[in-house]
Design a protein around this ligand. Structure first.
Ligand code: PLP
Length: 403
C-alpha cells in the first residue's frame, strides 16, 4: 500500500495549523520545560457529580444498548423544553437531532445538504472545523473577514456583498470561538433582515457557548429573533461547554423535520446513536438545576479580566473585552516584523506564537488557524495562578522584542 490510496477528499483539507505549536509545546514539556497551556478549547472544571451519577445509574440499569439513531425520546423531550424555556423556540421532538457532539451535528447537516459548488458563508475569524467540513462536503467556503473595531462581528451591508445564487448556508457563531464576541439581539435582527431577502440561504446558528456569557449580556438566537427564518435555520447546541462535558460527546440541534431526517440518515450509515450512557448524562445535565453554571461563569469572568489586563499591559498587544465563551483574541500586529534576541524576525501570528512558546513557555494558538493573521487566541479555561504567571511571562517576552 502507498499513500496514493489517500483520497483527494482528504488531501483537499489542510492539516491543522495549530499542530506545529501543539507539537512544539509537547516537545518542550517532554524536555522538562515549564509550559503553561492556554490552547485548550474546553472548560477545566470537572463534569458535575449529579451528571456523573446519572451516567453510572444508566450503566447499572442496563441502558447500554443501541438507541434510536438520533437520540432517545426522553432527551429529545428535554431538549424541546430547553429550547422553549431558554430561547422561546418551539420545536417538536421530530425536529430534534442528537449526535456525537455539536461537531457531528454540523458535519451531518453539511453532508446532508451541500452539493458540489454550493457556497457557505463563514465569518472570519471562525472555528477551525467549519471550512474543512464544507470542503469535505465538496462545498465552497466563502470567507467574510471582520475586524477588531467591530468586535469581529459581520456588518449586514458587508454580508450582502458575499451572497450569490449559490449561497446555501451561512454559519453564525455567538458567543464566538475564537474571539468570545457575542451578537446582541439588535445585531442579529439586522443580519436577519438581510437574510430574509434571500430565500436560498439557510442558517446554521452554532450556539454551543450560549450559557457562557458575562455580566448583563443577554444571549439571543436567530430562529427566535427572526421567526420568519426559523424554517430555514438549524439551531445547534450541546452539553460540552456549558456542563464541562467535552469528553461525553453529546450535541444536538433543532430544525425542520426534513433536514433532521436527512441528518439521521447520514448518522445511521456512519456512527449510529451517540453513546447511550452519555445521552442519559446529558439528560440529567439539561433537566437538572443549572445554578453551577452561574458559579462557573463568575470564575470565568474573573479569569477573563485577569488575562485581558495583563495582555493590555504588554507592549504591542491589544485585546478587546468579549462578552462570552472563554477565549480572547488579542492583536499582535504591532509586534510582527520585530526581532527576538537572536535577531530572528517575527514573520506572522504563527511566528509570534512560536516565540511565546520558546521565550515565555506559554502555548497559544495563532490567528491564522482561525482565518485571521496578526492575532492569536488565548483560552482562559485555566487557573488564576496559571493566567497571572502566563500573562506576566507574555508581558516580559513582548518587552524583550527588538525593532
Ligand atoms: N462549535 C464551536 C464554535 C466549537 O468551539 C466547538 C468545540 O470546540 C464545537 C462547535 C463542537 O463542540 P462539541 O463537538 O464538543 O459539541
Amino acid at each position: 500500500m502507498t499513500n496514493k490510496i489517500i483520497s483527494s477528499r482528504v488531501n483537499n483539507i489542510k492539516p491543522s495549523p495549530t499542530m506545529a505549536v501543539t507539537a512544539k509545546a509537547k516537545e518542550l514539556k517532554d524536555a522538562g520545560k515549564n509550559v503553561i497551556g492556554l490552547g485548550a478549547g474546553e472548560p477545566d472544571f470537572d463534569t458535575p457529580n449529579h451528571v456523573k451519577k446519572a451516567a453510572i445509574n444508566a450503566i447499572n440499569n442496563g441502558k447500554t444498548k443501541y438507541t434510536a439513531v438520533d437520540g432517545i425520546i426522553e432527551l429529545k423531550e428535554a431538549i424541546v423544553n430547553k429550547f422553549k424555556k431558554d430561547n422561546s423556540l418551539y420545536y417538536e421532538t421530530n425536529e430534534i437531532s442528537i449526535g456525537t457532539g455539536g461537531k457531528q451535528i454540523l458535519y451531518n447537516a453539511l453532508q446532508a445538504t451541500i452539493n458540489k459548488g454550493d457556497e457557505v458563508i463563514i465569518i472570519a475569524p471562525y472555528w477551525v472545523s467549519y471550512t474543512d467540513m464544507v470542503i469535505l462536503a465538496e462545498g465552497v467556503p466563502v470567507i467574510v473577514k471582520t475586524d477588531k473595531f467591530h468586535d469581529f462581528k459581520i456588518k449586514p451591508s458587508i454580508l450582502r456583498k458575499y451572497i450569490t445564487d449559490n449561497t446555501k448556508w451561512i454559519i453564525l457563531n455567538s458567543p464566538s470561538n475564537p474571539t468570545g464576541s457575542c451578537y446582541s439581539r439588535e445585531e442579529i435582527k439586522e443580519i436577519g433582515k438581510v437574510l430574509e431577502e434571500f430565500p436560498q440561504i439557510n442558517i446554521i446558528s452554532d450556539d454551543i457557548y450560549e450559557k457562557i456569557t458575562y455580566e448583563d449580556f443577554k444571549f439571543s438566537t436567530i430562529a427566535e429573533v427572526c421567526p420568519k427564518l426559523k424554517n430555514r435555520t438549524l439551531t445547534v447546541n450541546g452539553v460540552s461547554k456549558a456542563y464541562a462535558m467535552t469528553g461525553w460527546r453529546i450535541g444536538y440541534a433543532g430544525g425542520p423535520e426534513f433536514l433532521i431526517k436527512a441528518m439521521a440518515k447520514i448518522q445511521s450509515q456512519s456512527t449510529s446513536n451517540p453513546s447511550s450512557i452519555s445521552q442519559y448524562a446529558a439528560l440529567e445535565a439539561i433537566k437538572s438545576n443549572q445554578h453551577f453554571i452561574i458559579d462557573n461563569n463568575k470564575t470565568f469572568l474573573k479569569r477573563r479580566d485577569i488575562i485581558i489586563n495583563l495582555l493590555n499591559q504588554s507592549p504591542g498587544l491589544k485585546c478587546n473585552t468579549p462578552d462570552g465563551a472563554f477565549y480572547v483574541f488579542p492583536s499582535c500586529e504591532e509586534l510582527i516584523g520585530k526581532k527576538n534576541k537572536y535577531g530572528e524576525v517575527i514573520q506572522d501570528s504563527t511566528g509570534f506564537c512560536e516565540y511565546l512558546l520558546e521565550d515565555a513557555g506559554v502555548a497559544t494558538v495563532p490567528g491564522i488557524a482561525f482565518g485571521m493573521e496578526n492575532f492569536f487566541r488565548i483560552s482562559y479555561a485555566t487557573s488564576e495562578e496559571n493566567l497571572i504567571e502566563a500573562g506576566e511571562r507574555i508581558k516580559k517576552s513582548c518587552k524583550n522584542l527588538l525593532d
